[in-house]
Design a protein around this ligand. Structure first.
Ligand SMILES: *Cc1c(COP(=O)(O)O)cnc(C)c1O
Length: 438
Protein backbone atom coordinates (compact mmCIF):
# COMPACT_ATOMS: atom_id res chain seq x y z
CA UNK A 1 0.00 0.00 0.00
CA UNK A 2 2.76 2.38 0.92
CA UNK A 3 4.40 2.12 -2.52
CA UNK A 4 1.22 2.33 -4.51
CA UNK A 5 0.99 5.46 -6.62
CA UNK A 6 -2.10 7.49 -6.01
CA UNK A 7 -3.26 10.18 -8.43
CA UNK A 8 -2.11 12.75 -5.90
CA UNK A 9 1.49 11.54 -6.18
CA UNK A 10 1.36 12.57 -9.81
CA UNK A 11 0.30 16.08 -9.00
CA UNK A 12 3.80 17.33 -9.78
CA UNK A 13 5.39 17.66 -13.19
CA UNK A 14 3.41 14.97 -14.96
CA UNK A 15 -0.02 16.50 -14.57
CA UNK A 16 1.11 19.73 -16.18
CA UNK A 17 1.77 17.92 -19.42
CA UNK A 18 -1.28 15.73 -19.60
CA UNK A 19 -3.37 17.61 -22.15
CA UNK A 20 -0.46 18.53 -24.34
CA UNK A 21 0.86 15.00 -24.34
CA UNK A 22 -2.60 13.59 -25.09
CA UNK A 23 -2.78 15.99 -28.01
CA UNK A 24 0.75 15.22 -29.21
CA UNK A 25 -0.11 11.55 -28.95
CA UNK A 26 -3.18 11.94 -31.16
CA UNK A 27 -1.26 13.96 -33.72
CA UNK A 28 1.43 11.27 -33.83
CA UNK A 29 -1.23 8.59 -34.11
CA UNK A 30 -2.71 10.43 -37.07
CA UNK A 31 0.68 10.57 -38.77
CA UNK A 32 1.11 6.82 -38.29
CA UNK A 33 -2.38 6.15 -39.57
CA UNK A 34 -1.88 8.15 -42.73
CA UNK A 35 1.72 7.18 -43.42
CA UNK A 36 1.02 3.51 -42.99
CA UNK A 37 0.13 1.52 -46.07
CA UNK A 38 -3.08 -0.01 -44.82
CA UNK A 39 -4.97 3.26 -44.80
CA UNK A 40 -7.58 1.75 -42.51
CA UNK A 41 -7.14 3.54 -39.23
CA UNK A 42 -8.33 7.06 -38.95
CA UNK A 43 -6.26 8.15 -36.02
CA UNK A 44 -9.33 8.74 -33.97
CA UNK A 45 -9.11 5.86 -31.63
CA UNK A 46 -9.77 7.46 -28.26
CA UNK A 47 -13.15 6.21 -27.29
CA UNK A 48 -14.17 6.14 -30.92
CA UNK A 49 -12.68 3.10 -32.50
CA UNK A 50 -15.44 0.74 -31.51
CA UNK A 51 -13.02 -2.06 -32.20
CA UNK A 52 -13.03 -1.29 -35.93
CA UNK A 53 -9.67 0.31 -35.83
CA UNK A 54 -7.64 -1.80 -38.23
CA UNK A 55 -10.07 -3.75 -40.22
CA UNK A 56 -8.14 -6.74 -38.84
CA UNK A 57 -11.45 -8.29 -38.00
CA UNK A 58 -12.92 -9.27 -41.34
CA UNK A 59 -16.44 -8.23 -40.30
CA UNK A 60 -15.58 -4.73 -39.27
CA UNK A 61 -16.32 -2.04 -41.85
CA UNK A 62 -13.27 -0.31 -43.21
CA UNK A 63 -12.62 3.08 -41.69
CA UNK A 64 -11.89 5.50 -44.49
CA UNK A 65 -9.26 8.20 -44.34
CA UNK A 66 -9.91 11.68 -45.67
CA UNK A 67 -9.01 11.23 -49.33
CA UNK A 68 -9.06 14.17 -51.74
CA UNK A 69 -8.77 11.85 -54.74
CA UNK A 70 -12.28 10.53 -54.07
CA UNK A 71 -13.77 13.98 -54.64
CA UNK A 72 -17.25 13.94 -56.13
CA UNK A 73 -17.98 17.00 -58.27
CA UNK A 74 -21.38 18.70 -58.66
CA UNK A 75 -20.77 21.87 -60.62
CA UNK A 76 -22.79 25.02 -60.10
CA UNK A 77 -24.32 26.72 -63.11
CA UNK A 78 -21.48 29.11 -63.97
CA UNK A 79 -23.91 31.77 -65.23
CA UNK A 80 -26.14 31.71 -62.14
CA UNK A 81 -24.10 34.23 -60.15
CA UNK A 82 -22.07 37.20 -61.24
CA UNK A 83 -18.80 38.28 -59.70
CA UNK A 84 -19.40 41.65 -58.02
CA UNK A 85 -17.19 44.60 -58.92
CA UNK A 86 -14.19 45.04 -56.63
CA UNK A 87 -15.75 47.81 -54.53
CA UNK A 88 -18.90 45.81 -53.76
CA UNK A 89 -16.89 42.62 -53.25
CA UNK A 90 -14.81 44.01 -50.42
CA UNK A 91 -17.32 46.40 -48.84
CA UNK A 92 -17.55 43.98 -45.93
CA UNK A 93 -21.32 44.38 -45.57
CA UNK A 94 -21.79 40.70 -46.29
CA UNK A 95 -19.55 37.73 -46.94
CA UNK A 96 -19.85 36.93 -50.62
CA UNK A 97 -18.74 33.37 -51.28
CA UNK A 98 -17.66 31.87 -54.58
CA UNK A 99 -19.72 29.40 -56.64
CA UNK A 100 -18.59 26.26 -54.82
CA UNK A 101 -17.80 24.80 -51.45
CA UNK A 102 -16.30 21.50 -50.40
CA UNK A 103 -17.89 19.34 -47.74
CA UNK A 104 -16.97 15.99 -46.25
CA UNK A 105 -18.89 13.96 -43.70
CA UNK A 106 -17.26 11.76 -41.07
CA UNK A 107 -18.85 9.00 -39.03
CA UNK A 108 -17.15 7.12 -36.26
CA UNK A 109 -17.89 3.67 -37.65
CA UNK A 110 -16.94 4.32 -41.26
CA UNK A 111 -14.60 7.30 -41.21
CA UNK A 112 -14.51 9.99 -43.90
CA UNK A 113 -16.93 9.76 -46.81
CA UNK A 114 -15.96 10.92 -50.28
CA UNK A 115 -15.53 14.71 -50.21
CA UNK A 116 -17.92 16.70 -52.38
CA UNK A 117 -17.42 19.86 -54.39
CA UNK A 118 -20.84 21.43 -54.81
CA UNK A 119 -22.66 24.74 -55.20
CA UNK A 120 -22.22 27.08 -52.23
CA UNK A 121 -25.31 27.00 -50.02
CA UNK A 122 -26.77 26.33 -46.58
CA UNK A 123 -25.83 23.31 -44.49
CA UNK A 124 -28.47 21.15 -42.94
CA UNK A 125 -28.06 20.43 -39.23
CA UNK A 126 -30.26 19.14 -36.45
CA UNK A 127 -30.95 21.66 -33.66
CA UNK A 128 -29.40 19.11 -31.31
CA UNK A 129 -26.11 19.00 -33.25
CA UNK A 130 -23.08 18.92 -30.97
CA UNK A 131 -21.51 22.09 -32.39
CA UNK A 132 -24.54 24.19 -31.51
CA UNK A 133 -24.31 23.31 -27.83
CA UNK A 134 -20.77 22.32 -26.94
CA UNK A 135 -18.68 24.43 -29.30
CA UNK A 136 -17.20 21.41 -31.08
CA UNK A 137 -15.93 23.69 -33.83
CA UNK A 138 -12.58 24.75 -35.16
CA UNK A 139 -11.53 26.66 -38.22
CA UNK A 140 -8.72 28.00 -40.33
CA UNK A 141 -8.22 31.11 -42.37
CA UNK A 142 -5.88 31.57 -45.31
CA UNK A 143 -5.86 33.53 -48.51
CA UNK A 144 -5.35 32.75 -52.17
CA UNK A 145 -3.59 35.55 -54.03
CA UNK A 146 -3.77 36.56 -57.70
CA UNK A 147 -0.17 37.33 -58.51
CA UNK A 148 1.21 40.09 -60.70
CA UNK A 149 2.49 37.27 -62.89
CA UNK A 150 -1.07 36.01 -63.37
CA UNK A 151 -0.63 32.96 -61.13
CA UNK A 152 -2.71 31.94 -58.12
CA UNK A 153 -0.77 31.29 -54.94
CA UNK A 154 -1.44 30.05 -51.44
CA UNK A 155 0.87 31.17 -48.65
CA UNK A 156 2.38 28.28 -46.65
CA UNK A 157 -0.91 26.31 -46.73
CA UNK A 158 0.68 23.24 -45.13
CA UNK A 159 0.96 25.21 -41.90
CA UNK A 160 -2.77 25.95 -41.89
CA UNK A 161 -3.57 22.32 -42.64
CA UNK A 162 -1.37 21.07 -39.80
CA UNK A 163 -2.78 23.62 -37.39
CA UNK A 164 -6.31 22.61 -38.34
CA UNK A 165 -5.48 19.00 -37.49
CA UNK A 166 -4.17 20.10 -34.10
CA UNK A 167 -7.26 22.24 -33.39
CA UNK A 168 -9.56 19.45 -34.55
CA UNK A 169 -7.98 16.86 -32.28
CA UNK A 170 -7.94 19.33 -29.38
CA UNK A 171 -11.75 19.28 -29.37
CA UNK A 172 -12.07 15.53 -30.01
CA UNK A 173 -13.14 15.84 -33.63
CA UNK A 174 -11.74 13.32 -36.11
CA UNK A 175 -8.20 13.42 -37.42
CA UNK A 176 -7.14 13.49 -41.06
CA UNK A 177 -4.02 13.73 -43.14
CA UNK A 178 -3.30 17.47 -43.44
CA UNK A 179 -2.00 16.92 -46.98
CA UNK A 180 -5.48 15.81 -48.02
CA UNK A 181 -6.98 18.97 -46.57
CA UNK A 182 -4.41 21.00 -48.46
CA UNK A 183 -5.37 19.20 -51.68
CA UNK A 184 -9.05 19.98 -51.11
CA UNK A 185 -8.26 23.65 -50.51
CA UNK A 186 -6.19 23.73 -53.67
CA UNK A 187 -8.99 22.10 -55.65
CA UNK A 188 -11.56 24.66 -54.49
CA UNK A 189 -9.37 27.60 -55.45
CA UNK A 190 -8.38 25.99 -58.74
CA UNK A 191 -12.08 25.60 -59.63
CA UNK A 192 -13.32 29.01 -58.47
CA UNK A 193 -10.15 31.07 -58.90
CA UNK A 194 -10.41 31.79 -62.64
CA UNK A 195 -13.90 33.31 -62.30
CA UNK A 196 -13.81 34.87 -58.83
CA UNK A 197 -10.20 36.00 -58.76
CA UNK A 198 -9.67 36.80 -62.42
CA UNK A 199 -6.33 37.59 -63.99
CA UNK A 200 -7.65 41.10 -64.59
CA UNK A 201 -7.42 41.69 -60.82
CA UNK A 202 -3.77 41.08 -59.94
CA UNK A 203 -2.89 42.05 -56.38
CA UNK A 204 -6.21 40.84 -54.98
CA UNK A 205 -7.16 37.82 -52.90
CA UNK A 206 -9.93 35.55 -51.68
CA UNK A 207 -10.25 34.33 -48.12
CA UNK A 208 -10.51 30.58 -47.59
CA UNK A 209 -12.30 29.30 -44.53
CA UNK A 210 -12.02 25.59 -43.72
CA UNK A 211 -13.91 24.41 -40.64
CA UNK A 212 -14.78 21.18 -38.85
CA UNK A 213 -17.90 20.86 -36.70
CA UNK A 214 -19.43 18.12 -34.57
CA UNK A 215 -22.78 17.27 -36.16
CA UNK A 216 -23.96 14.38 -34.04
CA UNK A 217 -27.59 15.15 -33.20
CA UNK A 218 -27.47 13.78 -29.71
CA UNK A 219 -27.45 15.95 -26.62
CA UNK A 220 -24.99 14.99 -23.90
CA UNK A 221 -21.49 16.23 -23.30
CA UNK A 222 -19.40 13.77 -25.27
CA UNK A 223 -17.07 13.56 -28.24
CA UNK A 224 -19.20 13.68 -31.42
CA UNK A 225 -19.52 10.51 -33.46
CA UNK A 226 -20.41 12.50 -36.57
CA UNK A 227 -18.63 15.50 -37.98
CA UNK A 228 -18.53 17.71 -41.04
CA UNK A 229 -15.55 19.34 -42.70
CA UNK A 230 -16.33 22.21 -45.04
CA UNK A 231 -14.36 24.76 -46.98
CA UNK A 232 -15.62 28.03 -48.43
CA UNK A 233 -13.91 30.85 -50.29
CA UNK A 234 -15.11 34.44 -50.11
CA UNK A 235 -14.20 38.06 -50.56
CA UNK A 236 -12.89 39.91 -47.54
CA UNK A 237 -12.14 43.60 -47.07
CA UNK A 238 -8.53 44.73 -46.86
CA UNK A 239 -7.94 45.58 -43.22
CA UNK A 240 -4.20 46.14 -43.21
CA UNK A 241 -4.14 49.91 -43.36
CA UNK A 242 -6.84 51.59 -41.28
CA UNK A 243 -6.54 55.38 -41.58
CA UNK A 244 -4.28 56.60 -38.79
CA UNK A 245 -3.22 53.07 -37.89
CA UNK A 246 -4.86 50.53 -35.61
CA UNK A 247 -5.59 51.72 -32.10
CA UNK A 248 -5.49 49.11 -29.36
CA UNK A 249 -7.25 49.13 -26.00
CA UNK A 250 -5.86 46.77 -23.37
CA UNK A 251 -8.23 44.07 -22.13
CA UNK A 252 -10.48 44.77 -19.12
CA UNK A 253 -8.84 43.89 -15.81
CA UNK A 254 -11.37 41.14 -15.10
CA UNK A 255 -11.09 39.29 -18.39
CA UNK A 256 -8.61 36.96 -20.09
CA UNK A 257 -8.76 35.69 -23.65
CA UNK A 258 -6.75 32.56 -22.96
CA UNK A 259 -4.92 31.09 -20.01
CA UNK A 260 -2.17 28.62 -19.31
CA UNK A 261 -3.89 25.25 -19.41
CA UNK A 262 -6.57 26.62 -21.72
CA UNK A 263 -6.76 26.40 -25.50
CA UNK A 264 -5.65 29.80 -26.78
CA UNK A 265 -3.17 28.04 -29.06
CA UNK A 266 -5.95 26.25 -30.96
CA UNK A 267 -8.21 27.92 -33.51
CA UNK A 268 -11.39 26.72 -31.85
CA UNK A 269 -14.59 28.76 -32.02
CA UNK A 270 -14.83 28.69 -28.23
CA UNK A 271 -11.95 31.20 -28.04
CA UNK A 272 -13.74 33.89 -30.01
CA UNK A 273 -17.41 34.28 -29.05
CA UNK A 274 -16.62 35.27 -25.46
CA UNK A 275 -14.05 37.86 -26.58
CA UNK A 276 -16.58 39.88 -28.58
CA UNK A 277 -18.03 41.72 -25.59
CA UNK A 278 -14.76 43.50 -24.80
CA UNK A 279 -14.07 44.10 -28.49
CA UNK A 280 -17.49 45.68 -28.94
CA UNK A 281 -16.90 47.99 -25.95
CA UNK A 282 -13.51 48.99 -27.29
CA UNK A 283 -14.93 49.65 -30.77
CA UNK A 284 -17.61 51.89 -29.30
CA UNK A 285 -14.78 53.99 -27.87
CA UNK A 286 -12.98 54.26 -31.18
CA UNK A 287 -10.43 51.48 -30.80
CA UNK A 288 -9.83 48.81 -33.41
CA UNK A 289 -8.93 45.80 -31.28
CA UNK A 290 -8.22 44.62 -27.78
CA UNK A 291 -4.62 44.06 -26.73
CA UNK A 292 -5.11 40.95 -24.64
CA UNK A 293 -3.10 40.97 -21.42
CA UNK A 294 -2.44 37.96 -19.27
CA UNK A 295 -1.95 37.50 -15.56
CA UNK A 296 -1.41 40.02 -12.79
CA UNK A 297 1.90 40.90 -14.47
CA UNK A 298 -0.06 42.05 -17.55
CA UNK A 299 1.84 40.12 -20.20
CA UNK A 300 1.05 41.29 -23.73
CA UNK A 301 -0.24 38.36 -25.77
CA UNK A 302 -2.24 39.13 -28.91
CA UNK A 303 -4.11 41.99 -30.59
CA UNK A 304 -7.66 40.85 -31.31
CA UNK A 305 -7.30 37.65 -33.32
CA UNK A 306 -3.86 38.68 -34.59
CA UNK A 307 -0.40 38.25 -33.19
CA UNK A 308 1.31 41.39 -31.89
CA UNK A 309 4.80 42.78 -32.43
CA UNK A 310 6.60 45.75 -30.90
CA UNK A 311 9.84 47.20 -32.16
CA UNK A 312 11.62 49.07 -29.38
CA UNK A 313 15.04 50.23 -28.35
CA UNK A 314 16.32 48.68 -25.16
CA UNK A 315 17.75 50.93 -22.48
CA UNK A 316 21.16 49.95 -23.87
CA UNK A 317 20.08 51.18 -27.30
CA UNK A 318 19.63 47.82 -29.04
CA UNK A 319 16.74 47.58 -31.53
CA UNK A 320 14.52 44.58 -30.82
CA UNK A 321 11.46 43.09 -32.49
CA UNK A 322 9.54 41.60 -29.57
CA UNK A 323 6.60 39.22 -29.60
CA UNK A 324 4.97 36.82 -27.14
CA UNK A 325 6.40 33.28 -27.01
CA UNK A 326 4.69 30.06 -28.05
CA UNK A 327 5.99 27.77 -25.32
CA UNK A 328 3.35 28.56 -22.71
CA UNK A 329 0.63 27.80 -25.29
CA UNK A 330 -1.28 31.00 -24.60
CA UNK A 331 -1.25 32.40 -28.10
CA UNK A 332 -1.96 31.14 -31.58
CA UNK A 333 1.08 30.08 -33.60
CA UNK A 334 0.24 32.37 -36.53
CA UNK A 335 1.54 31.59 -40.00
CA UNK A 336 2.16 35.30 -40.45
CA UNK A 337 3.81 35.57 -37.04
CA UNK A 338 6.15 32.75 -37.91
CA UNK A 339 6.93 34.29 -41.27
CA UNK A 340 7.65 37.70 -39.74
CA UNK A 341 9.98 36.11 -37.20
CA UNK A 342 11.79 34.07 -39.86
CA UNK A 343 12.14 36.97 -42.30
CA UNK A 344 13.33 39.39 -39.61
CA UNK A 345 15.87 36.86 -38.30
CA UNK A 346 17.40 36.37 -41.72
CA UNK A 347 16.89 39.67 -43.53
CA UNK A 348 17.26 42.10 -40.62
CA UNK A 349 20.08 40.20 -38.94
CA UNK A 350 22.63 42.53 -37.36
CA UNK A 351 20.12 45.38 -37.46
CA UNK A 352 17.24 44.10 -35.36
CA UNK A 353 17.29 41.42 -32.69
CA UNK A 354 14.22 39.15 -32.79
CA UNK A 355 13.01 38.27 -29.30
CA UNK A 356 10.21 35.84 -28.45
CA UNK A 357 9.61 36.24 -24.76
CA UNK A 358 7.05 37.23 -22.20
CA UNK A 359 6.92 41.03 -21.87
CA UNK A 360 4.51 43.18 -19.90
CA UNK A 361 2.35 46.17 -20.70
CA UNK A 362 4.37 48.07 -18.06
CA UNK A 363 7.51 47.51 -20.13
CA UNK A 364 5.68 48.84 -23.18
CA UNK A 365 4.33 51.87 -21.26
CA UNK A 366 7.78 52.61 -19.87
CA UNK A 367 9.39 52.31 -23.31
CA UNK A 368 6.68 54.63 -24.61
CA UNK A 369 7.33 57.21 -21.89
CA UNK A 370 11.05 57.09 -22.57
CA UNK A 371 10.54 57.44 -26.33
CA UNK A 372 12.00 53.99 -27.03
CA UNK A 373 9.11 52.54 -29.03
CA UNK A 374 10.10 52.42 -32.67
CA UNK A 375 6.91 50.92 -34.13
CA UNK A 376 4.31 48.19 -33.57
CA UNK A 377 2.05 46.04 -35.72
CA UNK A 378 -0.45 43.21 -35.63
CA UNK A 379 0.03 40.17 -37.88
CA UNK A 380 -2.46 37.62 -39.14
CA UNK A 381 -4.23 36.48 -42.27
CA UNK A 382 -7.23 38.81 -41.92
CA UNK A 383 -5.34 41.98 -40.90
CA UNK A 384 -2.12 40.95 -42.66
CA UNK A 385 0.56 43.32 -41.33
CA UNK A 386 -1.40 46.12 -39.73
CA UNK A 387 0.47 49.08 -38.21
CA UNK A 388 -0.51 50.03 -34.66
CA UNK A 389 -0.48 53.75 -33.81
CA UNK A 390 -1.69 53.83 -30.23
CA UNK A 391 -2.16 51.69 -27.13
CA UNK A 392 -4.55 52.78 -24.43
CA UNK A 393 -3.98 51.22 -21.02
CA UNK A 394 -5.80 52.11 -17.79
CA UNK A 395 -6.40 55.72 -18.68
CA UNK A 396 -3.04 56.33 -20.36
CA UNK A 397 -2.14 56.48 -24.05
CA UNK A 398 1.10 55.46 -25.68
CA UNK A 399 1.54 56.97 -29.13
CA UNK A 400 3.50 54.79 -31.51
CA UNK A 401 5.52 56.26 -34.38
CA UNK A 402 4.05 55.61 -37.83
CA UNK A 403 7.02 56.52 -40.01
CA UNK A 404 7.70 59.55 -42.18
CA UNK A 405 4.62 59.16 -44.37
CA UNK A 406 2.46 58.45 -41.36
CA UNK A 407 1.28 55.10 -42.69
CA UNK A 408 3.71 52.71 -41.01
CA UNK A 409 7.19 52.48 -39.61
CA UNK A 410 10.12 51.48 -41.83
CA UNK A 411 10.58 47.98 -40.35
CA UNK A 412 6.87 47.26 -40.64
CA UNK A 413 6.98 48.46 -44.24
CA UNK A 414 9.98 46.31 -45.12
CA UNK A 415 8.55 43.13 -43.62
CA UNK A 416 5.16 43.76 -45.19
CA UNK A 417 6.70 44.31 -48.62
CA UNK A 418 8.73 41.09 -48.38
CA UNK A 419 5.62 39.11 -47.51
CA UNK A 420 3.59 40.75 -50.30
CA UNK A 421 6.30 40.04 -52.83
CA UNK A 422 6.16 36.35 -51.93
CA UNK A 423 2.34 36.23 -51.88
CA UNK A 424 1.89 37.99 -55.22
CA UNK A 425 4.78 36.34 -57.00
CA UNK A 426 7.18 39.27 -57.26
CA UNK A 427 9.66 37.09 -55.43
CA UNK A 428 9.79 33.37 -56.22
CA UNK A 429 9.88 31.75 -52.80
CA UNK A 430 8.97 28.32 -51.43
CA UNK A 431 6.32 29.92 -49.18
CA UNK A 432 4.31 31.00 -52.22
CA UNK A 433 2.69 27.79 -53.42
CA UNK A 434 1.44 28.11 -56.99
CA UNK A 435 -1.98 26.62 -57.72
CA UNK A 436 -1.58 24.79 -60.98
CA UNK A 437 -4.38 23.25 -63.07
CA UNK A 438 -6.63 26.31 -62.87
C1 LIG B 1 -5.86 33.19 -36.71
C2 LIG B 1 -5.25 33.89 -35.55
C3 LIG B 1 -4.01 34.55 -35.61
C4 LIG B 1 -3.25 34.71 -36.90
O1 LIG B 1 -2.79 33.52 -37.44
P1 LIG B 1 -2.35 33.49 -38.97
O2 LIG B 1 -2.01 32.08 -39.21
O3 LIG B 1 -1.18 34.39 -39.11
O4 LIG B 1 -3.52 33.96 -39.76
C5 LIG B 1 -3.48 35.07 -34.46
N1 LIG B 1 -4.14 34.99 -33.29
C6 LIG B 1 -5.34 34.39 -33.19
C7 LIG B 1 -6.00 34.32 -31.87
C8 LIG B 1 -5.94 33.84 -34.31
O5 LIG B 1 -7.15 33.27 -34.21
Amino acid sequence: MMTQTTPKDHAGEQDLDLTSSALDHRIAEQATATNGTNGHTNGHTNGHSNGHSNGANGHAPEIQELDASRLVVHRADPTAREVPDEVTAVSGLETICTDHMITCTWRVATGWEAPELKPYGPLSLMPTASVLHYATECFEGLKVFRGYDGKLRLFRPELNAKRMLMSTLRISLPGFDPKELEKLITTLVAVDGPKWLPRSRPGSFLYIRPAVIGTQPQLGVQAPREALLFITASFMPRMDSPPGGMKLHTSPEDMVRAWVGGFGYAKVGANYGPSLLATQEARARGFGQILWLYGKEGYCTEAGASNFFVVWRTKEGKVQLVTAPLDDRLILDGVNRRSVVELAKTRLAGEVEVVERRYTIDEVMEAGKEGRIVEAFASGTAFFICPVSLIHHRGKDVDIPMGEKGDMGPYTAKIKQWMMDIMYGNEQHEWGVVVTKE
